[in-house]
Design a protein around this ligand. Structure first.
Ligand SMILES: NC(=O)CC[C@H](N)C(=O)O
Length: 224
């Protein structure tokens, strides 16, 4: 399975993601510069974390105009997999591939921590390596991670089972309903604030994130 890791000016988790897909999982992986307009060779697009365009305007607000994003939208519309991690999640909401916004953290501070998360659903490629209700631990590192949306969209997200990860115990950033990660209604696009790629190598003491990437490689369950 070939992974494409997008690189914007200011991305800083691109190599960490490639380390997981290429070095830990032995999958072909291409770094995709944001001006690239042909991603037809890619199976799974990953939009990594970082500070694309220095977070000017709003996190992800400028990156979503990069030429590659037209191709990412088409890729998603064909039902192919797209994962946005942290800044990548912000880019996906700005691009309209996922609903809602990521607003400034409630305490107005940049938060860098390791947090418990509850896995809400496991019948999608992203979470099939976990059990439903399992509590995992992943790192977070963001200034704008407070998931927010209008009431009816929030109700739809909950009713459709689009919330895949929820903060457990404390709500680190004030996200509505403790939301840490959501997918689109079809399930092929996932955005999450926590960083699975930073918890993928047992040398770092936690490999809860590796199971997410391994899940992608498994036989993909039928998407809605
Ligand atoms: N780690 C990240 O991707 C950070 C995302 C973004 N720059 C923020 O601070 O919210």
């Amino acid at each position: 399975m070939k992974f494409g890791v997008l690189v914007f000016p200011g991305s800083n988790c691109d190599r960490d993601v490639a380390y997981v897909t290429r070095d830990l999982l032995s999958q072909p992986t291409r770094m995709v510069w944001h001006q690239d307009t042909d991603i037809s060779d890619i199976d799974v697009v990953i939009i990594p974390g970082g500070f694309s365009y220095g977070d000017y305007l709003r996190c992800g607000a400028i990156a979503r105009f990069s030429p590659v994003m037209r191709e990412v939208i088409a890729h998603a519309q064909r039902g192919k997999l797209v994962l946005g991690i942290c800044n990548g999640f912000q880019v996906l909401t700005e691009a309209g591939l996922l609903p809602g916004i990521l607003a400034r953290n409630q305490n107005l501070h940049f938060i860098c921590d390791r947090v418990p998360l509850k896995v809400e659903r496991n019948n999608l490629p992203w979470t099939q390596g976990y059990t439903v209700g399992e509590i995992i631990t992943l790192p977070i590192a963001h200034g704008e991670g407070r998931f927010y949306t209008d009431k009816s969209t929030l109700a739809q997200l909950e009713d459709n089972g689009q919330v895949l990860f929820r903060y457990q115990g404390e709500n680190p950033n004030g996200s509505l309903n403790y939301i840490a990660g959501i997918c689109n209604i079809q399930g092929n696009v996932l955005g999450m604030m926590p960083h699975p790629e930073r918890a993928a190598d047992s040398a770092l003491g936690n490999s809860d994130g590796l199971r997410l990437f391994k899940g992608i490689l498994e036989q993909v369950p039928a998407l809605a």
